[in-house]
Design a protein. Structure first.
Lengths: 314, 77
């Protein structure tokens, strides 16, 4: 997955994070320390490694990989602006999502207005490159609205079935299509059409959202977050607790479904034919295998404890 | 008397919320494990025999389980 273009990407994303943090602190001097602490810990950890981590959604990487190699080195201002915009967009989405889900400390709600700042900083960099009537803004409006709609609709769902998951929950990464379309409109003669990249984003979103719901099953349950996993538990084992179903059969069912969704991502990456994307997908596959094996061992510990105590109670 | 599944759920809850329980297992501290089993309301005929079985288990992986149970395990998305 490492190629000669990686060091510049790391520098670009690192610079974008520095710009993000310093602009935020300058614009919102009283709130910035709180929002950074709430989203990134104390002291805030905004490291470029997050952008490169194979377990993160590659919203920073995809537009970069799509860009012609030469442009990555010479069109630095545009590349940097795309990353800065993405940093703000992802913060807007994450802040709103966490508040909507009640996921995190109650003080998070108090910094909700910061989402408006992140949202304006998300769109601002593109104004330099695309005049107000440019086709870009039609795509921007459409994908941003889809992102907002899917996140809100997902939070309102009281039950998630396969259809709702496909149409709403898995579309929570749609905003990634905005920097992708920006790159397409900026550079000419790219190998794949935007639609092919959008399809990859949709397929990846489906896998990543299921992955999040699957591995966060206990966390989400504690926060009362309704997911495909908790809904499936109610359907498949009515009257049983989520934990009981998950230990008994939910883990195996989920792991199998997760692998099948990942296979679809891999097929789409092979179709796309972009070497960097394919390498990332292969690395993601290794990470998935590790996560499933580790989670299986974790659950074995739970079963072991249950067995020891029960045999002593007989 | 609790079923195996009920005991699993007691364990899950304790791993999620009870640091003293996690520490007792990790350190294989017999006294602390005995105390925590009592706190959890687990009644067994021969506590010593149960603790003997518990300390045979490799609880090193409890860190991974704890991480999975108490927080989001994926990076920012």
């Amino acid at each position: 997955m490492q190629d000669s273009s990686y060091p510049p990407f790391e520098r670009l994303v690192s610079d974008a994070f520095v710009r993000f943090e310093s602009n935020l602190r300058a614009a919102l001097p009283n709130t910035a320390p709180q929002v950074l602490k709430l989203l990134h810990g104390d002291p805030p950890a905004l490291h470029p490694e997050v952008a490169l981590d194979s377990r993160s959604f590659p919203h920073y990487l995809l537009p970069y990989w799509l860009s012609p190699v030469r442009a990555r080195a010479v069109d630095l201002e545009f590349q940097s602006d795309v990353l800065y915009s993405t940093a703000n967009g992802s913060h807007s989405i994450r802040l709103c999502d966490n508040i909507a889900d009640g996921d995190g400390p109650s003080t998070l709600r108090k910094v909700a207005p910061c989402a408006a700042y992140f949202s304006s900083e998300f769109s601002r960099p593109y104004m330099k490159y695309f005049p107000v009537h440019h086709d870009f803004w039609g795509f921007f409006d459409k994908f941003w609205a889809q992102q907002v709609e899917s996140s809100s609709a997902d939070a309102l769902l009281r039950d998630v079935d396969d259809q709702a998951f496909l149409l709403l929950c898995s579309k929570k990464f749609t905003a990634t299509k905005i920097p992708i379309v920006a790159v397409h409109l900026r550079y000419e003669e790219l190998e794949n059409s935007p639609e092919e990249w959008f399809k990859f984003v949709d397929m990846l979103g489906n896998f990543v959202q299921f992955n999040n719901d699957f591995f966060d099953w206990n966390h989400d349950s504690q926060y009362g977050i309704i997911t495909y996993i908790s809904s499936e538990a109610r359907r498949r084992a009515p009257g049983e607790s989520l934990a009981r179903w998950f230990l008994k059969e939910g883990f195996d069912w989920g792991a199998s479904s997760l692998r099948s969704r990942f296979d679809n991502v891999k097929k789409e990456a092979e179709f796309l034919g972009n070497r960097a994307v394919l390498d990332w997908v292969i690395a993601r596959g290794y990470a998935l295998d590790c996560d499933i094996d580790e989670a299986r061992s974790d659950l074995e510990l739970v079963k072991t404890f249950g067995r020891i105590i029960s045999s002593a109670q007989c | 008397m609790a079923s195996e599944h009920e005991n699993e759920q007691i364990f899950l809850r304790a791993c999620t919320t009870n640091e003293a329980f996690r520490q007792a297992l990790r350190k294989k501290d017999r006294d602390a494990i005995t105390k925590e089993l009592d706190h959890l309301g687990i009644k067994v005929a021969d506590t010593k025999a149960v603790v003997d079985e518990i300390v045979k288990v490799n609880w090193g992986e409890l860190y991974s389980l704890e991480r999975r149970l108490t927080g989001r395990v994926h990076p920012d998305n």
